[in-house]
Structure formats: C-alpha cells, structure tokens
Design a protein around this ligand. Sequence first.
Ligand code: ATP
Length: 200
Amino acid sequence: MSRFVVGLTGGIGSGKTAVSDRFQALGAHVVDGDLASRAVLAPGQPALDAVAERFGPRILKADGSLDRAALRQRVFAREDDRRWLEALTHPLIGAWLRDQLAAGTSAYCLLVNPILIESGQASRCDRVLVVDAPESVQIERTMARDGNSEAQVRAIMAAQVDRERRLAAADDVIVNDGDLAHLDAEVARLHERYLAMVDS
Ligand code: ATP
C-alpha cells in the first residue's frame, strides 16, 4: 500500500493529465480525486437514498441517477441543505479516497484533482504538486483540445481558484510552457525526488 501521497493540481488545460500519465508510466498509482463526489452518490449507494429522502424524488433523473444540477441549485439556495449534504458526503469521500489510495502498491501515489485545494483534499497529501502554465498557453491548449471559444475557457478559469492561491499551496511546481520532452524531464526529476523522500 502506498502511504506517501502526492496531490496534483492545476488550472484548466495546464497539463494535469499529461503530467499524471507520465507519472503513471513511471509506475505511480494514480487516483482521480474528482471522481470521489460522484462515486459516493452513485446509484445503489445508501447516500443517494438519503439525498432522495431529504430532497424528494425529483432530485433523481428518470434513470435513478442523481440530477447533479438540481442538487447544486438546491444547496446553493439553502445553507442548511448544503451543510447537511456536506456532513453526509465528506466522511464518505474521505473513506473512498482512503480505499482508492490504499489500493496502490507503488512507492508513492498521485491524487489528481483540479479542485485539490478548494476541496480540502490537499490536506491528506504529503506533497502538493502544481502544474502551472501561462494563461495564454492554457487557453490555446484548451481551445485546441476541446474546440471551445476563448470566452468559454476564460469563464472556466475565472471560476477556478486563482493562480496565486494555487501556487501558494504548492510544494513543487512544474512549469508546463515547453514541449512534451520538457514535461518528460520534469516528471522524471520529481519521480526521483519523491522516491528519495519515501526512502528517507
Ligand atoms: P483539464 O483541467 O481541462 O482536464 P489538464 O490540466 O488535464 O486539463 P491536459 O489535458 O493534460 O490538461 O492538457 C491540455 C492539452 O494540452 C492536451 O491536449 C494536452 O495534450 C496538451 N498539452 C499538455 N502539455 C503540453 C505540452 N507541454 N506541449 C504540448 N501540448 C501539451
């Protein structure tokens, strides 16, 4: 079981997936922290029944899965509902993450989440690694990948935690403004560093 956890985060199109794919290729167990809140409210999970009981059946879609937009609206409008939902899901998310991270046998594992810092998941990490790229590069790469307009990418960036706050939480930073060979070298450098930390 991997006990040493490296949290990986970064803004939209900064290169989190490109970086985590490279760590994975070097043997690191990768957990997608973004999936946690979906997993604990998936059909068949007791927490989903509790949500349907509190908010009524219209919080579910026809196929029985959670209508996430409806739930968001509801908890956005009412503070007590938001607190109730957090009290329900936070311990479950914690347990889900523990299980996922424990499933790894690599020397260290990677917990990837675009909202690692905002969600509080950074607190369970031994190191926080931020992938950083100039805004113009984030926009260019995201537009090329998703076919979005510049305005759409800027709107998503505006909703994310700002770059200064993200960098302030970082123990390590990969500046992803070069080519993919540069990314390979940066990941290899940090991989060695994390292995040395685990050994010490
Ligand atoms: P999101 O938060 O939107 O999921 P992300 O942070 O995971 O994004 P990636 O998907 O890894 O970002 O990268 C965005 C795009 O830029 C992808 O198409 C990826 O292949 C490309 N890319 C990432 N890094 C580089 C690089 N150094 N050189 C060229 N292309 C890159």
